[in-house]
Design a protein around this ligand. Structure first.
Ligand code: SF4
Length: 82
């Protein structure tokens, strides 16, 4: 982390790698879970609703950190806690 960037925790945000082809103006890699299941249903983080069990955060500027197929124990613990 560089000294110009603050790391602030607990943000509410929606994140996914499931945009339909042609719906966004930038390149996006596919969610490996969606790829494995040939679906588009899995979302990394849905505001006030859910965190994917494989979600490991985001990295500047726009990279998603994903542990699929190994669940992130921190996410699992947070989900269990409610
Ligand atoms: S965290 Fe990984 S497996 Fe989960 S929805 Fe995002 S890209 Fe897919």
């Amino acid at each position: 982390m560089n000294e110009l960037i603050c790391k602030l925790t607990g943000a509410n945000m929606d994140i996914d790698l499931a945009s339909p082809p042609g719906s966004i103006a930038w390149q996006q890699q596919k969610c490996p879970w969606n790829e494995a299941e040939k679906s588009g249903e899995h979302r990394c983080a849905v505001k006030n609703v859910s965190l994917c069990p494989y979600f490991c955060g985001v990295e500047y500027p726009d990279s998603l950190l994903c542990s699929y197929p190994y669940p992130n124990p921190l996410v699992s613990k947070a989900t269990e806690a409610g």
